[in-house]
Design a protein. Structure first.
Length: 458
């Protein structure tokens, strides 16, 4: 016999258009716009600090110590200190340094105010001391945490939905210009958080408004300070040719190759993380030394700078494409290997975002493939970025946009190839990734194999 629903169960869901026309929603939009100003300014300051400290400790400090330049062994003490600082921050400060990067790009709820210092310091130790992770995950956490904290300061016991929406708006503002376009940052957060349905616009519009305000703040502060906007951009992209049948074949190869590499990086990173977590501080120092060793080995083996392997690759991508003809097949192969392993090690111990290293590894792999017959440089470069981003992020739409918007007007020409490579990479990654083990007491889903008791699960 059916049971009649009463109370809140019988209430119909709110009409999005009614909420959109309400006075309360206009107030929410105003708050989102106001929050976008200080949050984007704080994000700009964070990126400016990182941009100043990186050359200070990698280039200026060795010179001040009496060396003619940066010694080949300099990454060893640099990353040992970075690993020590990151390990201590993750181990002892609230919040464990923020988002665990081996979990992929998954925006979570706004951190509490007490967690923000740990996220900030762990990110500085990672980014300034040359670990291979990017600034996007810390910026999202800091942006949402600052926005949510501001709401609580203005309004005592604010509604949970308001805090969540304005926290998301803070994230939008923080990454508004980092990826080169506030719209791309909005797509990133939409796809990563699974926003959809009729209520999507109610959350998306405040975020877009905050992102637009944030982009203006980034541009204004960049012009006023002379520091630039810290946006991902390429300035000298060769002209792309129309796709050929051979290039569509290469799209299949690049997509499958990126899936294999991405699954391998994540598999190894998850297993390394279990060892790092047992002895956090000394293990993170060891991870830093591994990253340094890979960079030194690459530099000694190729004659190229160790910074090709170090750091996230965000600022290195533009000169790398411009001077790609100077890289031999052997140098590119070693770069993909060393950068991929350094990325894997950094994922296991440090704190940061996975986007820019994935893009750089994919770009290097795509340029490597372009040395083979039937594939042009720009097509290989774009397909490598898109396919590797899809493998590491699991966000196919954003992966296509990252690869095509980055190369500007040439992106329209190569977009069909990028779409094929991204789809192949995304589907292959899903096929190659084993399903998660069921929780204790939970029955496995239909078609999911029962894990063997003698086999360790990630």
């Amino acid at each position: 016999m059916p049971v009649a629903k009463t109370g809140s169960e019988a209430a119909s869901p709110p009409d999005p258009m009614t909420l959109l026309r309400s006075r309360a929603y206009l107030v929410l939009l105003s708050m989102a716009a106001l929050i976008g100003v200080p949050v984007s300014a704080a994000a700009f300051g964070f990126l400016a600090l990182v941009g100043k400290v990186q050359p200070l400790i990698y280039t200026d400090l060795p010179k001040s110590l009496g060396f003619d330049g940066t010694p080949p062994w300099w990454p060893l003490p640099l990353l040992a200190v970075g690993g020590l600082l990151a390990g201590l921050t993750i181990q002892y400060l609230p919040g464990h340094g923020g988002h665990e990067p081996t979990a992929g790009f998954k925006p979570t709820g706004a951190p509490t105010p007490i967690e923000l210092p740990g996220i900030f310091l762990a990110a500085l130790a990672t980014l300034c001391f040359a670990a291979v992770l990017g600034p996007e995950a810390p910026l999202l956490a800091l942006g949402s945490g600052l926005a949510a904290g501001a709401v609580r300061m203005v309004k005592r016991d604010p509604p949970e939905q308001m805090t969540a929406v304005l926290g998301a708006a803070g994230s939008f503002a923080a990454v508004s210009s980092l990826l080169g376009s506030p719209l791309l940052g909005a797509f990133l957060l939409m796809e990563a958080s699974g926003l959809g349905g009729p209520m999507m616009a109610l959350v998306l519009v405040p975020g877009l408004l905050a992102a637009g305000i944030g982009a203006l703040i980034f541009v204004g502060l960049g012009s006023w300070t002379g520091l630039g906007t810290y946006s991902l951009a390429l300035h000298d992209v060769p002209e792309a040719t129309h796709p050929t049948a051979a290039e569509f074949g290469w799209a299949l190869v690049i997509g499958l190759s990126a899936a294999l590499v991405g699954v391998g990086i994540r598999w190894l990173a998850v297993r390394l993380r279990t060892h790092v977590e047992r002895r956090r501080v000394p293990a993170t120092v060891v991870v830093g030394l591994v990253v340094a060793g890979l960079a030194i080995g690459y530099a000694e083996g190729t004659g190229k700078p160790a910074t090709d392997v170090l750091y996230s690759g965000q600022t290195a991508m533009d000169p790398f494409l411009t001077h790609s003809a100077a890289y031999s097949v052997g140098a590119l192969s070693l770069l993909v290997l060393c950068k991929g392993l350094a990325y894997c090690a950094s994922l296991s111990g440090f704190r940061g975002g996975p986007i820019f290293p994935a893009m750089f590894v994919g770009a290097a792999g795509g340029i490597l493939f372009s040395h083979l017959p039937g594939l042009t440089l720009v097509a290989g470069f774009a397909m490598g970025i898109g396919a590797m981003s899809a493998a590491m992020l699991g966000l196919p739409l954003v992966s296509v946009l990252l690869a095509t918007l980055l190369i500007g007007a040439q992106g329209v020409t190569v977009m069909p190839l990028v779409i094929v490579a991204v789809v192949v990479s995304y589907v292959s990654t899903a096929k190659l990734t084993p399903p998660p083990a069921p929780e204790p007491g939970q029955q496995p889903r239909p078609g999911q194999q029962q894990p063997r008791p003698d086999r360790q699960q990630p």
